[in-house]
Ligand binder design. Structure first.
Ligand SMILES: C[S@@+](CC[C@H](N)C(=O)[O-])C[C@H]1O[C@@H](n2cnc3c(N)ncnc32)[C@H](O)[C@@H]1O
Length: 255
């Protein structure tokens, strides 16, 4: 996808250490060498890359409808894991349509910071417009499979409905990177699809929908997120909760 120069000028890498200087807004820098992954270009261009797609999907009611009215519930379940207020350094891996990120940013304690990465410049630009200029939020143009952050620098990491969009190998790298950058004792919060219970009528409706529109999503029905952890990784704790007859899950892994 062609990168817009307006976008390149709009937003900067965020210092990850607290500074005694007054907080300042960090503009986003688009990295010209970072390619949009092929699965995004081929499978999800209409939802996440095309400017009309972004304009169409960036509606709270629509993202809520796509999740069968569960957006607020799942958003709040994720936010509840982070505490109130949210302290320290938080990483959100990938932008999300709707008000998840603004709500997260609103909960930040003084001195706390939210970092959001996404591989699509158009998504970062959209998020910047949604958030306005906030000194406590920093947007980064990065790929979830090769984050440029040092090991163990985040207190918590949120991965909200990203894993089901990624092919298996990419997904495992995303999980590994999220676990790498979180501190020992810090938590990675995954919210995503999950196999519904037999009695959930959506179980039958969602198979053709997901198989057609989101070809990698059925993996979240067949496997547990815990099966995508790096072999060498031993979680200190793992907590799983399902929602809406099992169609959605929240998995919280403590490093
Ligand atoms: C989090 S997922 C989907 C979230 C949810 N379905 C929603 O309502 O927005 C969508 C985002 O993931 C981003 N994304 C996909 N693959 C990525 C990768 N490898 N690295 C970083 N961001 C990625 C896309 O650019 C898009 O902004």
């Amino acid at each position: 996808m062609k990168k817009s120069s307006a976008m390149a000028a709009s937003c900067a890498p965020i210092p990850l250490r607290e500074s005694s200087a007054a907080p300042h807004f960090s503009p986003l820098r688009i990295s010209p060498d970072l390619a949009v992954p092929s699965y995004l270009q081929h499978t999800y261009w209409w939802a996440y890359l095309h400017p009309y797609g972004v304009r169409f999907f960036e509606r709270q009611w629509l993202v809520n409808a796509i999740l069968w009215g569960n957006f607020a519930r799942l958003r709040d379940a994720a936010l509840a894991e982070m505490g109130m207020p949210i302290t320290g350094q938080t990483l959100q891996v990938a932008c999300v349509y709707g008000n998840l990120t603004p709500k997260l940013a609103d909960r930040l304690a003084p001195g706390a910071k939210l970092h959001v990465v996404d591989v699509a410049p158009v998504q970062l630009n959209n998020l910047q417009c949604k958030l306005g200029r906030r000194a406590n939020v920093c947007l980064h143009h990065q790929d979830s499979t090769s984050l440029t952050f040092d090991d163990g620098i985040f207190d918590q990491v949120l991965v909200f409905f990203l894993l089901h969009e990624q092919p298996a190998g990419v997904r495992e790298q995303t999980v590994a990177e999220a676990l790498r950058v979180v501190k020992p004792g810090g938590r990675v919060i995954f919210v995503d699809y999950h196999r519904p219970v037999w009695s959930n009528p959506l179980r039958y409706f969602m198979v053709p929908v997901l198989a057609t529109l989101e070809p990698f999503a059925m993996d979240t029905w067949k496997k547990e997120i815990s099966e995508w952890l790096p072999e060498s990784f031993q979680p200190t704790a793992l907590h799983k909760e399902t929602f809406f007859g099992g169609l959605y899950q929240k998995v919280v892994i403590t490093r």
